[in-house]
Design a protein around this ligand. Sequence first.
Ligand code: ANZ
Length: 921
Amino acid sequence: MEYNFKEIEQKWQAWWVEHKTFNVSNVTDKPKFYVLDMFPYPSGAGLHVGHPLGYIASDIYSRFKRHKGFNVLHPMGYDAFGLPAEQYAIQTGQHPAVTTAKNVARYREQLDKIGFSYDWSREFKTCDPSYYKWTQWVFLQLFDHWYNKQTQKAEPISQLVAEFAHNGNLDVDAVCGNVPTFYAEVWKGMDESEKQDILMNYRLAYLADTLVNWCPELGTVLANDEVKDGLSERGGHPVVQKKMQQWSLRITAYAQRLLDGLDDVEWSESLKEMQRNWIGRSEGATLFFNLVGKPDKIEVFTTRPDTIHGATFMVLAPEHPLVKKITTDEQADAVAEYVQETSKRSERDRMTDTKRVSGAFTGAFVLNPFTGNLLPVWISDYVLVNYGTGAIMAVPSGDSRDYAFARKFGMPIIPIIEGQEISTTSHDAKEGKMINSGILNGLEVKDAIRKINDEIEGRGLGSIKVNYRLRDAIFSRQRYWGEPFPIYYKDGVATALSENELPLTLPEISEFLPTEDGQPPLGRATDWTSPDGFPFELSTMPGFAGSSGYYLRYMDPQNNEEFVSKEANEYWQDVDLYIGGTEHAVGHLIYSRFWNKFLYDIGMVCKSEPFRKLVNQGMIQGRSNFVYRVKGSQTFVSYNLRNDYDTTPLHVDVNIVQNDVLDTEAFRNWLPEYANAEFILEDGKYICGWEVEKMSKSKYNVVNPDRVVEEYGADTLRMYEMFLGPLEQSKPWDMNGIEGVHKFLRKFWRNFYNVEGQLQLTDEEATDAELKILHKTIKKISDDIERFSFNTSVSAFMIALNELAALKCKKRSIFEPLVILVHPFAPHITEELWIALGNTAGAISDAEWPEFDEDVLKEANILYPVSFNGRKRCDIEISAAADAAEVERFVLASEIAQKWLEGKTPKKIIVVPGRIVNIVL
Ligand code: ANZ
């Protein structure tokens, strides 16, 4: 009987749906295991073979865990709000909901063909009102909580209000905006809108004027992780800095916990390091410098207070609020021009471009409190307004940016470390003995820091401070295709809808563009007002809103009363294995952890970290093919002859190339301009050149998994994707090896059936050699899966099959367990073989994973090298079970030992069991 993968795969895919094979229950005695893929954004292009790589890996792991007796949650859904559908809507007028539904259907169809064990009953799209109701709900909770530094957790705003009425904010230690201290009486005397203004400074979701990344082309604000090198990540449009009133999430309140939590998760060190850098903790001090002739002070943040004697100027961020106030008339024009110039540069550019040295002098001076020197105050774009205090003391001898600035603008450079060589560069290392530094002279840097910190605090010049690079997350987007904020403006005061008014569904609008007067698209909606007629917020939430807590919703997706019930959360707890790309390292993976920690604080979830183990799959690159056209002609030269002519390489669709041989007829039909192509062949074939590049439409190297499934079957696709190489490495898609994997499956199949199509496995007892092959394979596959080393598993299967073929093994006791081992990789063929073996249909998913028996691999006999007076004379085979006395007896009785003994009685016999025997005569 032939291996008819088409029939088998369709049959089992339908069977699984009908029998709900992969639906999991929240009520069971089994231990839980939660395996999650980063859910996809369903783009118009559909899936290419790179996308399922991680999904296949997680599916193998899920099926493996189920064999091991776990109740496995393996869900899938769609991150369905977002820019591309809206951009498409702007161009075509097609409603984003329609495009999204279409794309989702296409994704689902493609996914279904690969035979994943997803529990589709838990599927959702983040743009479903029944889902985003809960995104809005979490927002309301954030709006209704503040961060108490004393308890280190989020607490209800109502408690804060009670405290204000009782004692003002004197004893409140919060992560908050700039709020003056007030007494209870003052609070009580405020009107409602004043009170709300104060509270806004405390809320974890708050409205504030912020400097944002504004993308005029997209008409929206973008988060820092959505901007790369001054361009929007989506579309590559320029991004400028702009001050706007925006919703933000006070994620900075969680900076330290986000940092600490990294110690408790099993993520790659490189990913943890990326998060640590993004959070960017630094310990230092804030210090005040008095302005000369003005009442104001400049507060700086420094990690090197010990270098203060080397400070020779000050630098403010061009946006610093003091700039206007302190700039002298003479410098006003230069300063204004520089401020204007800076507004065009994104924060990222300013941080990364260290070559450009620029600035303007304000005309103001401050007094160095330690040296009494006057320091000129400059502005420059290398100082960022949102970091630290937005102002620095510049120490050219200790900081390379300050050094470059001093060199360019002719500022003094004072050495402060003994032996410091500063003629061409600064000495940034935090080490050495202090000089030219008054009370610090002679001290090592770390002692100097301690001493100066004491001085600073003692003299009331400033205080010790920990700073984080992490910023609050800007949460408003001036776009249509996102979650509406459950907020309306009651006489201008941002007011929350109540929980029972959720979801606030997106209104219909006529055009997906900003209004004529620059309002976001929701400004076009009619009746976009609260029940009592107040206008709703016009911005929508960003892409990361819907993906920040989605893993929780899978635990309890149909619950209409709660985001996730306590029982469901306590059963599933957290994601045991999360698989996805590294591109989410500092976006989604930070937001989710923050979201989760907040929900943990309010008692919604029982684990403070959402993703226990994280595996990043590598990228699948494209393997492009090339044809070589003779310049100015329609003649194409085969690869090895290309240098004999003057040719230009051109991309050719990889789908009309097989093993680098071009289908010349298909080529003529591919694009109209090639209809009359002529070919110069080698050995009767047209050989294409190839190169590894990003998989992309423009390079004609996109391979659609549907095509592979059609040609070879899903089981081959799954195994081949794993066979390509280590999961975490990037590698090119190369169809040239797929035949080998496909042949393996055919060969596997042929072991079960004879030519008449009858099952040919026998019930004969397996030999030791056959058992050894089986158990070696059980061990290898189990270990490999646990280590996510799926490529080596596929090779191990191939080896096992070849070894069994050499022994002509056709025994059920060997092949039945092998079917289970192969099942996570190739679920369709193994389902079919499983019933052929007389088992119940579908039961393979719950079949117990074969037990590895170490004893089988142990050799029954051991070949002992036997020495006489230290010289090896012979080898004697003795049972591995024999103890030292038995080995001694056996050796002495053996004929060969008798010969070497020459009738003598040994003085001593040394036996190392399992190893050697030495006889001393
Ligand atoms: C004086 C000094 C002397 C500094 C020295 C460094 C070396 P991290 O580790 O990143 O926190 N800085 C402070 N605020 C800044 C801002 N808003 N924009 C740009 N730079 C800023 O770095 C802290 C150091 O970066 C601070 O310590 C300050 O320069 C600078 F030998 O102060 B330092």
